[in-house]
Design a protein around this ligand. Structure first.
Ligand SMILES: [Zn+2]
Length: 279
C-alpha cells in the first residue's frame, strides 16, 4: 500500500528495499523505517519533533499517563473496523505519528493480519518508533506535501496532535473510512499553563479543525475524555519537554519540574468522507 514518492506507483518490498515498477528504490534503515523523502524534494517547513522532544515523549507516554486516551482511540478504531467487516485484513495509518505510541497500541487491539503504518517527518522520532513497535511499517514522509500511500487503501487514519492535509487524507481513505482526529481539550495542562510560559491552546481549535477538513470531511461524532493526573517532577518536565513549548522555554524551567496535579483533556473527532457536491 506504500506508494513511490517520485512516480506514485505502488512500492513492493524486496529484501531490505522498497521498489516501484519504474525502478525507484528506497532502502530500509538499520532501525527498520524507510525514508520516503527523496533527495531534491524539499520539506514543506514542518520541522517535526527534535530528538530531545521524542525522548521526552517516549518516557512520558511509556509511563502510561495517556493510557485512557490510547484506550479510547483503540476502541473507536476497533469498532469501526469490526462494523465494516471487510473480507480483507484491515489497514490503519497514523499521520504525524512521532514515536508511534498510538498506532503501536493498535497492534494489540486489531487482528494479527492488520496492516499498520506510521508517517512522520522526523527521522529521530521514527528511529525510536521502529524499535518500539516492530509490527508497524514506519516511513519518513512530509504529509503536508503528500502521503505515500496508494488511493483508497485505508480503513482508518489517525491524526493525533499532528498537521492535517484534507485532500490527501481523503485520497488515501476508502469511501467508508474513518478519519480520527485528536486535538487538545480547552483545559489540557491548565495548571501548568498557569505556572509556566507555555503556548496557549487556541480557543477556536475545534472550529478551525472542522473548517480545515471541510468540504472533504464532516464530523460524525465527538468525545472529550478528561481526567486529572498526579505527576511527579520528572513527568512534568517530560510533558512540557515533548510539546512545541519546549522550544520557547529556557532549559532551567524544564529541569526544575515540581510534582503537580494536572488536567489532561482531549477532544476526539470522528470524521466521515463528505458526499461529493452534486451540481
Ligand atoms: Zn517510482
Amino acid at each position: 500500500m506504500l506508494s513511490c514518492p517520485v512516480c506514485r506507483g505502488p512500492l513492493v518490498l524486496q529484501g531490505r528495499t522498497f521498489r516501484c515498477a519504474s525502478g525507484h528504490a528506497f532502502d530500509r534503515a538499520r532501525e527498520g523505517y524507510v525514508d520516503l523523502l527523496p533527495v531534491g524534494h524539499g520539506r514543506s517547513g514542518i520541522r517535526g519533533d527534535t530528538a530531545a522532544m521524542s525522548r521526552a515523549r517516549r518516557r512520558f507516554l511509556g509511563r502510561g499517563h495517556y493510557d485512557p486516551l490510547v484506550r479510547r482511540i483503540a476502541a473507536r478504531v476497533r469498532e469501526h473496523v469490526d462494523r465494516a467487516a471487510q473480507p480483507r485484513p484491515p489497514a490503519v495509518a497514523e499521520a504525524g505519528c512521532g514515536v508511534g505510541h498510538y498506532i503501536g497500541a493498535l497492534a494489540n487491539t486489531l487482528p494479527d493480519d492488520a496492516a499498520l503504518f506510521g508517517f512522520d517527518v522526523s527521522r529521530d522520532a521514527l528511529r525510536l518508533a521502529a524499535r518500539l513497535h516492530p509490527r508497524v511499517t514506519f516511513a519518513v514522509n512530509d504529509l503536508k506535501h503528500r502521503l505515500c500511500l496508494t488511493d483508497a487503501s485505508l480503513d482508518a487514519l489517525l491524526d493525533v496532535f499532528a498537521p492535517r492535509n484534507a485532500a490527501e487524507f481523503r485520497r488515501v481513505l476508502r469511501p467508508d473510512g474513518l478519519l480520527l482526529v485528536v486535538i487538545p481539550g480547552e483545559r489540557h495542562m491548565a495548571e501548568l499553563r498557569d505556572r509556566l510560559p507555555l503556548l496557549g491552546i487556541e480557543p477556536d481549535k475545534r472550529e478551525r479543525t472542522l473548517e480545515q477538513l471541510a468540504p472533504a470531511f464532516e464530523a460524525a461524532w465527538e468525545e472529550t475524555p478528561e481526567w486529572e493526573a498526579e505527576l511527579a517532577g520528572e513527568d512534568v518536565a517530560d510533558l512540557v519537554g515533548m510539546t512545541p513549548s519546549a522550544h520557547h522555554l529556557p532549559g532551567g524551567d524544564l529541569a526544575s519540574g515540581d510534582p503537580a496535579r494536572v488536567t489532561l483533556s482531549f477532544r476526539l473527532i470522528g470524521f466521515a468522507a463528505a458526499p461529493p457536491l452534486s451540481d
